[in-house]
Design a protein around this ligand. Structure first.
Ligand code: ZN
Length: 398
């Protein structure tokens, strides 16, 4: 049973329903090749496996039992092993975009009980794996070669999937806890600053991580019980396309959850996990992935891991708070005195503000970055001292 206090935008219903029906085919997008490497992905397309009724029954029963037994919520820090798969000069995304994606995840999962920390980055050039699709030999080969400690780590693969997919995920119950097949594959153009506008703010990984932690699409099952098995997400007949002002496709109470991370809306539209989804993620992890957030983590495969942070004559100690609303503190460490510039860039690479440009003494420094009138989004703080550089992503939220 789903319950929903009614917030029905009755006047909008018919028009929006017709509009959404007209767009309903768009989540199976056309892939129009452009000169060079640009491929349009018109509409979100996620390749997470379609659950069977039997699977949903079994999962639903297990999660209800977990909650009924009053077991402690499974929450904590999730260590991310990021695998950059690229081909030639395509897809080898920079560290700054990976950092920005992790910052986005922490901003958007705030309040869920889960946080994310980057534990390793490895880079592999492989043309076949780069174009992998769900269930393919390329997928299993890539994951079996690259996966790190799947029992304790969230393995994320950035590639350029075929079938115009933005990404796909495994569910917590899909495989044994320590299976190398667990994880998420995302299109490299979907990370913050990627080329797949309007799916280039980082929403794809937030969506796929939702599956990875046990959520179905909000339109799962359409208007028919049990829908997505979450009581406080209203039923939804169709996946949402774009970011409409409203949409209500089922007779049951409640307008479509177009701002939910588990719908198909554009990244800018994504703002919400519901309380019911948060409970489901926590009970899914507790039931099926109880070791995911454990602190005791086996060593990463050393040959596959490069230093996440480059340390030189300038290093970031921290940027706090991050995400931030009005101002944040950039904390730098300089092993020796010298000229330092600290500049902030937006995701398009345009200079937004110079925070510092001058001689600095050796030691710790804290520099304030004020949002002023900047739009919300991801920014990159670059510090340069001599030939040494360091960069960090910060996320400005409302
Ligand atoms: Zn999905």
């Amino acid at each position: 049973m789903k319950h929903r206090s009614s917030l029905v935008l009755a006047a909008l219903t018919l028009g929006v329903f017709l509009a959404s029906t007209a767009f309903a085919g768009l989540h199976k997008p056309f892939g129009g090749a452009h000169p060079g490497d640009v491929e349009m992905i018109n509409g979100r397309n996620c390749g997470a496996p379609e659950p069977t009724g039997m699977e949903m029954d079994a999962v639903g029963t297990a999660l209800r039992r977990y909650i009924a037994e009053g077991r402690a919520s499974a929450t904590g820090q999730i260590k991310v092993a990021w695998h950059v798969i690229y081909s030639g000069s395509t897809g080898n995304i920079p560290q700054s975009q990976i950092d920005a994606q992790i910052a986005y995840m922490n901003a958007r999962y705030a309040g869920t009980g889960f946080s994310f920390v980057l534990s390793s980055v490895d880079r592999t050039s492989n043309k076949q794996w780069f174009g992998m699709t769900p269930g393919s030999r390329n997928e299993s080969n890539a994951k079996n070669s690259l996966a790190i400690d799947p029992l304790h780590r969230f393995n994320v693969y950035s590639a350029k999937p075929g079938q115009s997919l933005l990404g796909w995920a495994t569910f917590p119950w899909s495989y044994a806890e320590n299976s190398k097949l667990h994880g998420v594959v995302i299109h490299y153009g979907s990370v913050p600053g990627g080329y797949l506008s309007p799916y280039n703010l980082g929403g794809t990984l937030a969506h796929e991580a939702g599956h990875y932690l046990g959520l179905y699409h909000t339109f799962q099952g359409g208007c028919t019980a049990p829908g997505d098995q979450v009581d406080d997400t209203p039923y939804e007949a169709t996946a949402t396309s774009g970011c409409p002002s409203g949409k209500d496709t089922c007779p049951a109470a409640g307008v479509d959850p177009i701002h939910n991370y588990m719908d198909y809306s554009t990244d800018v539209c994504y703002t919400q996990f519901t309380a019911g989804q948060i409970t489901r993620m926590q009970s899914s992890v507790g039931t099926y992935r109880p070791n995911l957030c454990n602190a005791a983590v086996a060593q990463a495969r050393p040959e596959a891991v490069e230093a996440v942070r480059v340390t030189g004559t300038v290093a970031f100690r921290n940027i706090y708070p991050n995400p931030f609303t009005s101002r944040t503190n950039v904390q730098l460490y300089l092993p020796r005195a010298g000229k330092v510039t600290v500049k902030v860039y937006n995701v398009a690479g345009a200079l937004v503000e110079t925070l510092a440009d001058g001689e600095f003494a050796a030691g710790e420094h804290s520099i304030e970055f004020s949002a002023k009138q900047l739009p919300i989004g991801t920014y990159f703080v670059h510090a340069v001292a001599g030939s040494q550089k360091a960069a960090r992503a910060v996320v400005l939220i409302q």
